[in-house]
Design a protein around this ligand. Structure first.
Ligand SMILES: Nc1ncnc2c1ncn2[C@@H]1O[C@H](COP(=O)(O)OP(=O)(O)OP(=O)(O)O)[C@@H](O)[C@H]1O
Ligand SMILES: O=P(O)(O)OC[C@H]1O[C@H](OP(=O)(O)OP(=O)(O)O)[C@H](O)[C@@H]1O
Ligand SMILES: [Mg+2]
Length: 281
């Protein structure tokens, strides 16, 4: 199985980090090559531009690919979305110069809109019944309204800094995106693809979770159970020749502070809090 992965840009590092955490270690020097092997002899990683990945998957050059939902929509290919990887979150927005005469989407009728996403832009205008002319650019879109290349833009925003620096205001949200794992519809159910899906989900499930280990007096076990909001209840183990038991449990990271205090109050001791790499449910 080949996995297409962004070769550079914003999605490159988080994708490689996720594959590593999922246990799919890449060969050394992977990021300077077009291909990389992994610990699984049947799995190869193929590096490509984020915008080209939908095409690679659609053509069968790779069974699956990681890229932004925006890129898949722009490609027009009907790929199967398998996992939302929760990074690369951004929005495609219609934006126009602050204090200009474009205040609502309808105001761009009869005007020009620059974008790196012409397919998405045309679909959006058709759906909204807006008659605007789309001007295709390949970068620095935010500049175009200031050099009279376009009246408005459709571009990516996340923190809003680039729009603000270029004195552009959001007129409408066109699409909300994040990095996701996509498959060719014919490969979505393949065994290797499903193994990858499970491994990636296990990493995402573990994020924001902590593993708690402690000793507790056997006679206060009921009180311990009550304060633990655990995933499927705690694991309780006897400590030979002792009136203490060992208790292990997975807890939401946001609850750890309060839970540890409550556990102390019901007699728990030697409380250890650790991170979890993966959680297969
Ligand atoms: N500011 C951002 N915040 C979050 N995600 C973003 C942001 N900008 C882009 N993305 C996501 O990352 C994807 C790739 O964008 P990126 O900027 O890394 O590549 P690119 O500039 O299109 O690539 P290239 O340099 O190869 O032309 C986008 O399609 C989008 O899904
Ligand atoms: O809302 P913000 O946080 O400012 O992010 C938005 C900017 O991020 C992306 O550009 P990027 O930095 O990837 O540069 P690029 O144009 O080289 O792709 C996008 O094209 C916007 O310009
Ligand atoms: Mg970019």
């Amino acid at each position: 199985m080949r996995i297409a992965v962004p070769n550079k840009g914003r999605l490159h590092d988080p994708t490689l980090s996720l594959l590593e955490r999922a246990g799919l270690h890449l060969d050394n020097g992977a990021d300077r090559k077009l291909y990389a092997g992994t610990v699984d002899p049947d799995v190869t990683v193929l590096f490509a531009r984020a915008a080209d990945i939908p095409e690679y998957v659609w053509d069968g050059a790779a069974a699956v690919g990681v890229t932004g939902y925006d890129q898949v929509r722009e490609s027009g290919h009907d790929l199967t979305e398998l996992v939302d990887l929760e990074f690369g979150r951004c929005r495609l927005v219609l934006a126009a110069p602050e204090d200009g005469d474009i205040q609502v989407p309808g105001d761009v009728s009869g005007k020009t809109v620059a974008t790196e996403f012409p397919t998405i832009a045309r679909d959006y205008f058709a759906q909204e019944g807006i008659d605007a002319e789309v001007v295709e650019v390949t970068g620095a879109t935010e500049l175009t309204p200031h050099v009279d290349m376009a009246d408005a833009i459709i571009d990516i925003t996340s923190t809003g800094t680039t729009l603000a620096v270029n004195r552009l205001a959001i007129v409408d949200e066109v699409l909300s995106s994040s990095a996701r794992l996509f498959a060719h519809p014919d490969h979505a159910e393949d065994e290797k693809v499903q193994q990858l899906v499970m491994a990636l989900r296990s990493v995402l499930s573990a994020e924001g979770k902590r593993y708690l280990m402690m000793n507790a007096p056997r006679e206060r076990l009921d009180e311990v159970r009550e304060v633990i909001p655990g995933l499927g209840g705690p694991t309780v183990m006897d400590i030979a020749g002792d009136d203490q038991v060992a208790v292990h449990v997975v807890v939401d990271e946001r609850e750890v502070y309060e839970v540890v205090n409550e556990l102390k109050n019901v007699g728990a001791s030697g409380i250890l809090v650790t991170e979890i790499e993966r959680l297969v449910e």
